[in-house]
Design a protein around this ligand. Structure first.
Ligand SMILES: [Zn+2]
Length: 272
């Protein structure tokens, strides 16, 4: 199958490995770069530090299968870049991106599976045409918050459950159910359509709301768009990303800075 994986952190980096071993063709999407702290519970090596997560994963997995790396942020504008896929996996750390994926997948009629976890509990749900969608279940949640980090070891266990669910999706009598996993067990519950779900009515509200400046999940990191900065800025360069010490600048125009407030972040951007 052609599978696109969005989010290559504590869950996605292991799921990507599993799917590459099964020789699926992969498109890997992640907006982030590898940091020292990621080595604890994500599938990266010391030599990957500083590289984009998409690039580092593609480098490792291209020995097993065909891989395309997309070190981009998934937004309503960029989601079209994932191209034609048999299955899309939304394994990011925030609800907003999963709702964007849901809108896009519903509009295109492509199957997608969400895997989200906080601490040592995770939820899996596959959205398939004709059944309730992800937005039917989670669209009415208040705010578009971030998931809290994942406990050590849980990402690996949870990614195993996701791989099992992907296999199950291939069977003819598969019915999507909400799967809740803990370290020790997993449970399945039937879900029903929501009468207030916009995506099921063909209105894609998350695809129609662009995002420019935002505070990212992961506490105190702000993201801006400064087109052209990547080409001229000096710093430690890896394919698609430059580290300046104050900021991390991506080829697609994004700049990430660590700051306490948005004003402080803007000050840093001006000083680059
Ligand atoms: Zn729906």
């Amino acid at each position: 199958m052609d599978i696109c994986i969005i989010g290559l952190g504590a869950i996605g980096s292991f799921v990507a490995e599993g799917l590459a071993k099964e020789r699926h063709t992969l498109t890997l999407v992640d907006r982030d770069y590898v940091e020292q702290k990621n080595l604890l519970n994500q599938h990266y090596a010391v030599s990957d530090i500083g590289k984009t997560k998409a690039g580092a994963s593609a480098e490792r997995l291209s020995k097993l299968t065909n891989v395309v790396a997309l070190p981009i942020e998934l937004t309503p504008e960029t989601v079209v870049k994932i191209g034609n896929q048999d299955l899309v996996l939304g394994l990011t750390d925030n609800l907003y991106s999963r709702l964007v994926i849901n809108d896009y997948a519903k509009k295109k009629g492509v199957k997608w599976l969400s895997g989200a976890a906080s601490k040592s509990q995770g939820m899996i749900y596959a959205t398939i045409e004709g059944y309730p969608c992800y937005c039917c279940i989670f669209g009415s949640k208040s705010g578009l918050g971030c998931d809290i980090g994942i406990s050590d070891g849980f990402g690996k266990r949870f990614s195993g459950e996701i791989l099992e669910e992907i296999k199950a999706m291939g069977s003819q009598n598969y019915t999507p159910e909400l799967v809740t996993c803990t370290m020790a067990s997993s449970q399945r519950v039937k879900v029903s359509h929501s009468h207030t779900c916009s995506a099921c009515k063909g209105t894609y509200i998350y695809l129609n709301t662009p995002v420019f400046v935002q505070e990212l999940c992961g506490k105190g990191v702000f993201q801006f768009r400064v087109p052209g900065l990547y080409q001229k800025i000096e710093g430690k360069r890896f394919p698609g990303v430059v580290h300046t010490g104050k900021a991390v600048v991506f080829e697609d125009g994004r700049v990430m800075v660590k700051a306490r407030t948005r004003e402080e972040a803007e000050e840093i951007i001006r000083s680059l």
